[in-house]
Write a protein that binds this ligand. Structure first.
Ligand code: HXC
Ligand code: NAP
Length: 290
């Protein structure tokens, strides 16, 4: 068995209707693809209809399952409301919302215009709030159970220089996840999040590691396990968290980063660079003076 293989039993998501924002590209597409193989029906939504339609056609071809592409800019509450209603009317219900759509760029904060800063907050924090409010109200008024899975980042809890609007917005999504896990649990609504470390996608890599940055800042080198993530391992975790198998998991933020953020956090973690001779001489001194 390998981490590049699907993990859940066949039919783990049978007849579940899952809405994935940003489902046409990157990690959203990988999650969508795996959920389909587990028996789910999918709605994928984002701004670019041609990208969504291409992904939907390819995934239908691969899996034989149903995928509904719907255009929607999550910044616009009316568009999100329309998209959610269209999706529910098409499939008769929505069981799971994966808040995956996001935007980011790398920049010193003092070089950002206020419009640039707000653009990221609007997509990541307010966009997630828009869909969460619409889906949550719908589920509560119909007395339906539901599951939210929010994709955040590890710097949602640490903060990070050079991606400040994204860090602030993702921290807001993290707080929303934990808050609603308590508030809406009595309605049968679970809320969890995944905090991924580096997973190669065109969207993230082109924006966060443009040009020479990709050579200077090799993400794999920052990870104690020495590699970046494989999309299937994230899809496995996501499928588990939206499936009935995780029915007692609520309000968790699960990190999947090979130990990356902790490596930066531990005060003495830098000592990893010291060699065997150094530790041998330390031991000798200690024993000699003991
Ligand atoms: C500084 C920038 C900028 C940049 C745009 N702006 N790109 N500022 N550095 N690289 C400024 C613009 O000048 C403008 O401000 C404002 O931001 C809005 O730009 P628009 O192009 O008009 O916005 P829009 O068309 O809405 O596009 C949004 C976008 C774009 C965020 C700029 O990149 C996008 O659509 N991204 C979606 C996909 C994405 O980002 N994926 C990565 C997710 S990865 P002014 O003042 O000039 O008008 C992720 C990973 C986290 O989150 C962790 C990884 C390890
Ligand atoms: P990606 O492919 O660029 O995904 C971002 C998606 O969001 C795109 O499909 C985009 O589609 C959609 N989107 C952007 N703005 C939108 C808007 N206003 N309305 C609706 N949809 C919008 O990047 P990714 O790497 O797969 O990222 C997926 C998620 O993982 C994000 O939440 C990201 O923060 C998180 N993440 C990724 C990494 C990583 O290493 N890849 C690490 C940590 C966290 P359109 O352009 O068609 O709108």
């Amino acid at each position: 068995m390998k981490y590049t293989e699907g993990m859940l039993v066949q039919d783990a998501l049978k007849d579940q209707v899952v809405l994935v924002t940003g489902g046409g590209t990157g990690l959203g597409r990988s999650m969508t693809s795996y959920f389909l193989t587990l028996g789910a029906k999918l709605v994928i939504s984002s701004r670019k209809m041609e990208v969504l339609e291409k992904t939907a056609a390819e995934l239908r071809e691969q899996t034989g399952a149903e995928v509904l592409p719907l255009e929607c800019d999550i910044r616009d509450y009316e568009q999100v409301d329309r998209m959610f209603r269209q999706a529910r009317e098409y499939f008769g219900k929505i069981d799971v919302v994966v808040n995956n759509a996001a935007a980011n760029f790398i920049s010193p904060t003092d070089r950002l215009s206020v419009r640039a800063f707000h653009t990221i907050l609007d997509i990541v924090l307010k966009g997630t709030a828009n869909l969460t409010l619409i889906a949550g109200k719908d589920w509560i008024s119909r007395k339906n159970a539901g599951v939210f899975l929010n994709i955040v980042t590890t710097y949602a809890f640490t903060g990070s220089a050079y991606v400040v609007p994204s860090a602030a917005a993702k921290a807001g999504v993290l707080a929303m996840t934990r808050s609603l896990a308590v508030e809406w649990a009595p309605h049968g609504i679970r809320s969890n999040a995944i905090a991924p470390g580096p997973f190669p996608t065109a969207g993230a890599w082109d924006r966060l590691l443009p040009g020479e940055l990709a050579d200077k800042f090799n993400p794999a080198k920052r990870v104690p396990l020495g590699r970046v993530g494989d999309h299937q391992e994230l899809a496995n975790l996501a499928a588990y968290l939206i499936s009935p198998y995780s029915a007692y998991i609520n309000g968790e933020i699960i990190t999947i980063d090979g130990g990356e953020w902790l490596q930066g956090a531990g005060q003495f973690n830098g000592l990893k660079s010291l060699n065997k001779e150094f530790w041998d001489s330390m031991e000798k001194q200690r024993k000699g003076s003991g």
